[in-house]
Design a protein around this ligand. Sequence first.
Ligand code: NAD
Length: 360
Amino acid sequence: MSYDVTLIPGDGIGPEVVEVAKRCIEATGVKIKWDIKPAGEECIEKYGTPIPDETIKSIEKNKICLKGPITTPVGTGFRSINVFLRQYFNLYVCLRPFKIYKGAKTKYENIDIVLIRENMEDLYAGIEFEIGKNDTLELIEFIKEKKNILLSQNTGISIKPISIENSEKIIRFGFEYARKNKRKKLTLVHKANIMKFSDGLFLEVGKRISQEYPDIEFEDKIVDNMAMQLIQKPELYDVLVCPNLYGDILSDLCAGLIGGLGLSPGANIGEDVAIFEPTHGSAPKYKGQNKVNPSAMILAGVLMLDYLGEEEAADRIENALAFVIQEGKYVTYDFKNPDEKFVGTKEMGEAIIEKIGEKW
Ligand code: NAD
């Protein structure tokens, strides 16, 4: 069987790490027809947009996309392509595993957390009211009339919508994921004590759905406490389900726990389309230097293979990556102290590819 997959190399360090991930996948023998498509800053001059139609059409057709990081152009009026793609394809789940590989540079030992983030709503919904605009002044007037709250005319406003439908979808996904992957506990993150009608609703839906999954332990945590708990006792946490913004922030916190962004992959999943990418961005200062860690991009490929049902190939790549990290001979700068020897992106990739090819 062969799969058609849209491949977006992306910007900055994207093409370098994507090339390594693609070769790792090919080394497993899984047959993939790559449909390589452009997106990012460099497309603006050629296509007038950072995300050309041909790229969107390719994802629409293939339904699966492996994507490198993309720079969000500042000051051009274009919004983040990443947020656009999640909204356009209704990719309501963002799934990010955080696991410690022996040899990673971290003070912790025993972390294996999967963070599931709602991807469509919350403060990311794009409902923004700019300071001084007529709409904003009207909204300030409306709030005064209806809520008897006086806001300064010099206020900008972002709205935080959370619906029953989307909360149900993401929380149910979390429980199903926990069950399928033999996880024991699901922690729902919120700030329902302050935002009663948005986070409060998310929590209420969580409590209701948890009744259908008596085999999974359920608990909830207020987000500020969650941040502290993750630093102090990360080994106590298993699956976290978060509204959009808390999920975004806690993702970087978890990445910090396990050794950095270079080790953190992500999957954006909808009803029929899924896009796999690293959590990190395009790190423009390292572009073309053969310097950065390709692991997050390779692990995004592992998530994609799992999603396609190619678990054995996914395991082979992950085992090879874990071996190379633990051996510590062919790893990038972020695994080492400044006075220690390290290798480049390509060399680390070669070591992993060689290991994938070996019999285990
Ligand atoms: P970034 O993740 O690109 O880089 C921050 C720092 O993290 C880097 O300077 C580097 O020290 C480290 N880092 C990142 N990736 C690494 C890797 N693979 N190996 C080792 N170290 C690594 O974040 P930023 O500088 O805030 O963003 C740069 C651009 O990327 C921005 O335009 C931003 O909008 C975009 N971005 C894109 C995505 C995406 O495509 N999904 C995600 C985040 C940021």
